[in-house]
Design a protein around this ligand. Structure first.
Ligand SMILES: [Zn+2]
Length: 75
């Protein structure tokens, strides 16, 4: 699949780090499954993964976390 951002690269199954901000919480999630462009490096996440990241950010915010770094674990 061609990258929709740069229109030059190809997307490949890989993993990427994603930084989330939610209600004052900053959560860095490492090794998130993603399609990553081999040209510009843009990472695209599936709907399921995006939902999981939102859940993680909400849970961290509810716990009063300010900054945290975690490794992605599927639900
Ligand atoms: Zn690209």
């Amino acid at each position: 699949m061609t990258c929709p951002i740069c229109r030059n690269g190809e997307l490949a199954n890989s993993a990427a780090d994603q930084t989330l901000s939610h209600e004052g919480t900053t959560l860095v999630v490492k090794s998130v499954p993603a399609e990553v462009c081999d040209n510009c490096g843009e990472a695209f996440f599936s709907a399921d993964v995006t939902q999981r990241l939102l859940d993680l950010a909400r849970a961290a915010a509810a716990d009063g976390v300010v900054v945290d770094v975690r490794t992605y674990v599927a639900a």
